[in-house]
Design a binder for this molecule. Structure first.
Ligand code: PLP
Length: 355
């Protein structure tokens, strides 16, 4: 399929690398493609970034049939452009699509479309250490129809957003509130999909966490409310003794690509990694008997996010006096070094974005 290209006539002023935030400014162009039952995915085009016209009855606005991905393009010190495990994101987009009854995309084609979009907007990829271009592929239901059923038409789009260094002044550990009052997802639901509703459903708990002085919520399982699931948009790891433990994927939490990278690198380093059910009581007990070394989250935005404090019921524990653990630091440095081309890519994770 050919991609039609319409370049903007009014390029926007680019923000300075040192003044970037997250999610507020967008590159000049976007990729768009439409689906109909009759013709499948077609009308692929790169065009100026701009609003999507929608009928007020458009199904995505009412029934949340929407899925997305998040990945980044990185500029190396030699100014070449690289992506980190991009096909994994597109494969996961299709996994989310199946869960939400959305027609799958051709991942190879979507990848070539992304490459072309990046080539057109490459000046938007910042170069300052730690900065990157966040990439947001999204699919939404487009039928103008009231009534709950899968839509017959969809829009697939990709937008780009230059983002600043996550830790411009060094690590900033987060304080986390563990809740058994709210739940995020249950097995058999759509917790494993990156779908809009999961985030809408998480807002109230996150606001309550903020009111209590915490940055994010740590979710427990929706049934017994004792097994640890994940944090807002991050998976979670516990260093207990000399072992790294992370909740096993059982259908209610997202299969993070950073999570998978952490597991593979830790194992390469000879650190035992256990993917298994872990209860909040086990974490508390490990803290009480001095075995809990570190807690950190993993996700594309921050890569590794050390946790300094955990609040559970009437207890607040501080992990190693709020200092950042050596494993979190080492994993963060290693993964970012691979992403920015400073460490050998022995897992084959890095893809050049030059054709
Ligand atoms: C995106 C996301 C993650 C992290 O996934 P990565 O592929 O590592 O970025 C974890 N949990 C949730 C709920 C997410 O939306």
């Amino acid at each position: 399929m050919e991609i039609k290209i319409v370049r903007t006539e009014k390029p926007k002023p680019k923000p300075r690398d040192s003044e970037l935030s997250f999610g507020k400014q967008f590159a000049d162009h976007m990729f768009n493609m439409d689906y109909t039952r009759e013709h499948g995915w077609r009308n692929a085009r790169i065009e100026p970034y701009g609003p999507i016209m929608m009928d007020p009855a458009t199904m995505v606005l009412h029934y949340g049939q929407a899925i997305f991905e998040g990945l980044k393009a990185y500029r190396t010190t030699t100014r070449s452009i690289r992506l980190f495990r991009p096909m994994d994101n597109l494969v996961r987009l299709n996994a989310s699509a199946r869960m939400l009854c959305i027609p799958e995309i051709d991942t190879e084609f979507a990848f070539s479309a992304l490459q072309e979009l990046l080539a057109i907007d490459k000046e938007w990829i910042p170069g300052l250490p730690g900065t990157s271009l966040y990439i947001r592929p999204t699919i939404v239901a487009m039928d103008p129809y009231l009534g709950v059923r899968p839509s017959n038409t969809y829009r697939f789009f990709i937008i780009l957003c230059p983002v600043g260094a996550y830790y411009p002044e060094g690590f900033n550990p987060v304080k986390i509130w563990v809740t058994d009052k709210y739940v995020r997802a249950v097995r058999g639901g759509v917790g494993m999909a990156k779908t809009a509703g999961n985030y809408g459903a998480s807002l109230r708990a996150a606001e309550e966490a903020k009111e209590k002085g915490y940055t994010q919520v740590l979710w427990l399982d929706g049934v017994e409310r004792k097994y640890i699931e994940e944090v807002g948009t991050m998976n979670i790891f516990f260093a207990i003794g000399d072992t790294l433990v992370t909740p096993v994927l059982q259908g209610s939490i997202l299969a993070g690509i950073t999570r998978d990278s952490v597991i593979k690198i830790a194992r390469e380093w000879g650190i035992p990694v256990e993917e298994r059910p872990i209860t909040i009581d086990e974490v508390m007990a490990a803290h009480d008997n001095g075995m809990l070394q570190e807690i950190f989250g993993s996700g594309t935005a921050a890569v590794i996010s050390p946790v300094s404090e955990l609040a559970w019921k009437d207890r607040v524990i501080r992990i190693k006096d709020g200092t950042v653990g050596p494993l979190a630091k080492r994993l963060h440095n290693e993964i970012t070094a691979i992403q920015y081309g400073e460490a050998e890519d022995r897992f084959g994770w890095v893809v050049s974005s030059e054709p």
